[in-house]
Ligand binder design. Structure first.
Ligand code: HMG
Ligand code: MG
Length: 298
């Protein structure tokens, strides 16, 4: 059964820009987010409150957030620890995401912690955020394959997913950080999660397009009842701590497919494409999205 509506969780300003070699000026980021909201995106992940040395591209979170006060969209931000939460709450951020890993190797590379240690780090973040009235999304990285460990067993993913929900996350986004998933694997993981009581209405999917499978994987997830899909305008993105990861599923490619399926997103594809073309000019390279290319060469 396909959902009637899909909520797109736009991650371009965070997952996209964190992976750019060039540091994008704060005013350009703010303009990017304003344009994404004007194109109809209702949730736009704006930045991260992580250590500035780990992700220098997003070190301007304190400058950026106040520039977004009039933007009509939910503006979540990534927060790994209590230091990050304090920074976010001080700026009035009311929606955060913690980000765990299904594998030990990536937990270490991304958070300098084991899986157990990272969950222990998140525990006070989630409870304090919820006490402050903030919504907390959980991310789970390396749900399909890991660059160091290879294919990741489904039961291992289900185990960490369960622990993130037990901390109090309202939603969990399943990350294919390096883009190795294929549709059958997606269906199998969602079935295993459902068997454990983790139903599709509480899940989102987060595909990277390294092997060109992101859209096919998304369709498989929709057929399993998932209705929240992460995507990045123009296909920006990747992850600096996972080699071989490329951009996220492009938001334009997603909107094009959903439009064809008659599924409503509220996104204006023309405005969105224009935004990605504008951003590509700032970054000095064309968007990898096929839909952006097709629509901008008409
Ligand atoms: P650490 O080095 O273990 O930090 O890093 P620590 O806890 O030992 O603290 C060391 C110093 O850093 C301290 O300062 C802290 O105050 C400071 P000192 O007392 O020595 O002067 N510090 C901070 N400063 C500012 N903001 C903070 C902060 N935390 C500590 N939040 C840490 C641990 C978690 C901080 C680090 O590993 C980190 O920042 N990691 C973030 C990595 C990241 O952002 N990765 C990309 C996002 S995940 C992703 O892209 C995947 C996803 O898209 C899904 C998918 O595709 O799978 C979500
Ligand atoms: Mg990602």
């Amino acid at each position: 059964d396909m959902p009637d509506q899909v909520r797109i969780h736009e991650v371009g300003p965070r997952d996209g820009l964190q992976n750019e070699k060039a540091v994008v000026p704060t005013e350009v980021k703010a303009e990017f987010i304003r344009r994404l909201a004007d194109a109809g995106l209702s949730t736009i992940e704006a930045t991260s409150f992580v250590h500035p040395k780990w992700v220098p591209q997003l070190a301007d979170a304190e400058q950026l957030m106040p520039m977004l006060s009039g933007v009509d969209a939910r503006l979540p931000a990534l927060v790994p620890n209590e230091r990050g939460l304090e920074r976010a709450l001080a700026l009035g951020v009311d929606e955060i995401a913690v980000f765990g890993s299904a594998t030990e190797s990536f937990a270490k590379a991304n958070l300098n912690r084991s899986v157990d240690e990272s969950l222990a780090m998140f525990e006070p973040v989630v409870s304090r955020a919820r006490d402050a009235g903030a919504r907390v999304r959980g991310y789970l990285s390396m749900c399909f394959g890991d660059p160091w460990e290879g294919p990741v067993p489904v039961h291992q993913v289900v185990g960490v997913a369960r622990r993130l929900f037990d901390l109090g996350c309202h939603e969990l986004s399943l990350g294919d950080t390096i883009g190795v998933a294929t549709p059958g694997h997606v269906t199998a993981l969602l079935a295993a999660l459902r068997e454990d009581g983790l139903t599709a209405d509480r899940l989102a999917v987060h595909f990277h397009d390294t092997y060109g499978q992101a859209l096919a994987n998304t369709l498989a997830a929709l057929q399993s009842g998932v209705s929240t899909v992460d995507a990045s305008a123009g296909g920006l993105g990747g992850c600096p701590y996972a080699k071989s990861a490329t951009g996220n599923l492009a938001t334009e490619d997603l909107v094009w497919m959903l439009k064809g399926l008659g599924i409503d997103t509220g996104v204006d594809l023309g405005r969105l494409t224009a935004t990605s073309v504008w951003m590509a000019a700032h970054l000095g390279r064309p968007s990898p999205s096929r839909t952006v290319r097709a629509l901008s060469h008409k």
